[in-house]
Every structure is written in C-alpha cells, then in structure tokens.
Design a protein around this ligand. Structure first.
Ligand code: 9MR
Length: 364
C-alpha cells in the first residue's frame, strides 16, 4: 500500500509538469481561428492514439488532419476486390472524437499504387480500377471527410502532364474524370488538386490549365493545394504570393497542404519520392542539435510565410504541416535515409522551437 502511494505520488510529480507545460504553450489552431484552419498529417501510431500525451497535444494544436499514408491506394486497396479500411476508419473516428476535420489524401496518385495496378497493361482494366477505387473510397467516406485531394502530383516541373500510368492508359481527360467521379460519389465534400512546386511559374501554368479544363467540362473543383516542401533561406515568397492570387482569381480556395522547411543539404528539389541522394560525410551535418544561426533563419522563414498567409487570409483556407514534430518528419528519410532533420515548429519532444513563437505571435 505504502509503495503504491509512493508510485502514485511519483507519477503525479512527473506527469503533471509535462501536461501543464503543454497547456501553457499557446495553441496554433486558436491563434489562427479567425484566419484559416491549422492541420497536421497523422501517422499510424498517432491515429491509434498509442501515446495519450501525443493525442492531447495534437487535439490542442490542430483542427484539421491529413493521413500521411493510410488513405493511399496501396494501403486501402491491396487487391482487385480487396479493400482494407481499418486504419482509415480509425482516422475518421479520431477526427470525430477530437473535433478535427479530415482531408482525405489521396484518390488518384501515380505513387504508392497497389502492386496489381502496376501490372495492368490494358485501358479497360485500368479504367475499371480507377472508377471502382474512386467510387468505393469516396463513397465510403461521404459526409465523413471534409475534403479530398482528388488528384495528386499529376504535373511535371515544366507544366506538362506527368506520363503516369493514368495518362498513358486513360488519356489527358483522366483528371477531369476523377473529379467527376468524386463529385458523384461524395457530393458534399470539397475537392482539390494537390501538387508540389506548383507555385513555380511553369508548373503553376500547367496547374491552371488543369483547373480550367475541369471547370470547362462543368465539373466541380473547390481548391488547389500547394504542398509547400521548401528549403531554409530559399522560400519562394514572391512566387507563392503570385500563385495565391492567380489560383484565387479562378475562384478556388488555396491551401498549403504539406508544409515543412528542409534545413539539410540536398541536391534534389520538390518532393518526388522516387528521387534519392547518396549519403556522404556532409549529408547529415546536425546529428545532435540545430545550430542557432539555422534555427533563427528557420524562424524568420516561417514568420515571413505566415505573414503572407495572413495577408491573403481571404483566399487561404488551410495551412497543414507535414508532421506533428521534427521526429515524425519524412525528411529524416528523404532523399537520404537516417538523417536528423528539423523542418517543423516542434522539436522531437513536442517542445516549441523559436519558429513556433515567430508564427504564433502573429495570430489573434
Ligand atoms: O510522408 C509520406 C511518407 O511517409 C511516404 O513514405 C511517402 C511515400 O509515398 O509519402 C510521403 O508523403 C508524400 C505525400 O503523400 C505527397 N507529397 C509528398 C509527400 C512527401 O513525400
């Protein structure tokens, strides 16, 4: 009995300051509640609520969430007639329980396709997969997800259409077809086109051509997602502002859907997961801590970005970070595996970084 009391006291003494500390940190979603939604992507461990402190932290900081992987076709649709909805359903429950809107990601993407799709060589079979996948997935989550990234990363850097399996077999109307099918299966859900580097002029022009084509066909598109995988000291603010204006002029909502700012050296741009870089002696320069000069630059970059988002808050509807904290980020493993990266607002223990304070102070 005495031992139990001591254990209980110790638990209280160790857990209380942590939760109090988390409560004393300002909340991003509250700071920007009159401006735009604040989102994060969620991984399996977070969706399954394996760590209650993390769950509470997410619920306090974010009001929107995107599945990092669990709604991609390889995970949802592993065989012709097989769907595995368990984790995606859990994500929807997570959203309902914590008052977090879910952005479905993503219905049609050339990457992370199920193995059987990569073996399809006929137009008919691909059309069957394409139609069945959109109808089944968008239909299941009708009224349960707030929005869908209907098509992801269909463009090359020069603004031409990527020669994906979809373009090759279905022709260049496949993007409009995907939006039409999504609209039929899930009428009340917002529908978006999502890409990286689509703030850059050539790719932006390609993106605008896609949007116009969808609209000209009388099909609905509600918004465009600029992923926002940028590099410290090189955030393209002028192109981002121009893009917000040009996309909004088409009547679309603009979202920053996968925001992070890389701080490590890299010789590949954007977010093409197919590209890799070879590790060498200088590719992981900060295994223990981020030098102060880089930390300050990161804070300045995030501050400038959020000033821009606020300036255009009538057009920007959501800002989603691609990860809750630095430890979760895909950038620890791309384009080189096993690096120590620092691209987000919270460190590996969910402690706010200078970048967090430079952003949150701009809110209400
Ligand atoms: O963060 C995701 C990572 O866990 C996956 O391994 C990777 C491969 O599919 O996808 C990452 O998320 C990508 C997103 O779905 C689309 N835009 C680029 C993102 C970073 O690669």
């Amino acid at each position: 009995m005495k031992n139990q009391c001591v254990v209980a006291l110790l638990l209280t003494a160790t857990s209380l300051p942590v939760s109090l500390l988390a409560q004393s940190i300002p909340s991003l979603k509250d700071a920007f509640k009159n401006d735009f939604g604040i989102g994060t992507c969620l991984n399996v461990s977070q969706i399954e609520e394996r760590d209650p402190k993390t769950t509470a932290f997410i619920a306090r900081q974010f009001n929107m969430a995107t599945p990092e992987n669990v709604m991609k076709s390889a995970l949802l649709h592993p065989g012709w007639d097989t769907y595995t909805f368990e984790m995606a359903d859990k994500l929807v429950e997570f959203g309902q329980k914590h008052n977090i809107k879910i952005n479905g990601h993503t219905l049609i993407w050339h990457s992370q396709l199920p193995g059987f799709v990569r073996r399809i060589h006929s137009q008919d079979s691909l059309r069957t997969f394409f139609t069945d996948h959109i109808k089944t997935v968008a239909g299941r989550y009708k009224g349960k997800v707030f929005s869908w990234d209907v098509v992801n990363e269909a463009l090359n850097e020069d603004g031409t259409l990527r020669k994906s399996v979809f373009l090759q077999h279905l022709g260049d109307t496949y993007i409009t077809d995907a939006f039409r099918l999504a609209q039929e299966a899930s009428p009340g859900t917002e529908l978006y086109y999502n890409d990286y580097n689509n703030e850059q002029p050539a790719k932006r022009a390609g993106c605008i051509a896609i949007i116009k084509k969808i609209k000209d066909a009388g099909v609905r598109i509600d918004g465009v997602g600029i992923q926002g995988h940028w590099h410290v000291g090189k955030v393209p603010l002028a192109e981002i502002e121009e893009s917000i204006n040009q996309y909004a002029a088409l009547g679309l909502k603009v979202m920053f859907t996968e925001l992070d700012i890389e701080v490590l050296p890299r010789n590949v741009q954007g977010a093409d997961v197919g590209q890799r870089m070879t590790a060498n002696a200088t590719s992981n320069p900060y295994p223990d801590a981020l030098p102060d000069s880089v930390q300050q630059q990161l804070a300045a970059d995030y501050e400038a970005l959020f000033k821009l988002f606020l300036k255009h808050k009538d057009k920007v509807s959501r800002v989603t970070f691609w990860g809750v904290n630095d430890g979760d980020s895909w950038l620890n493993n791309w384009p080189v595996r096993g690096r120590t990266n620092y691209p987000l607002l919270f460190d590996r223990n969910d402690n706010p970084k200078p970048a967090f304070y430079s952003v949150v102070k701009l809110g209400k």
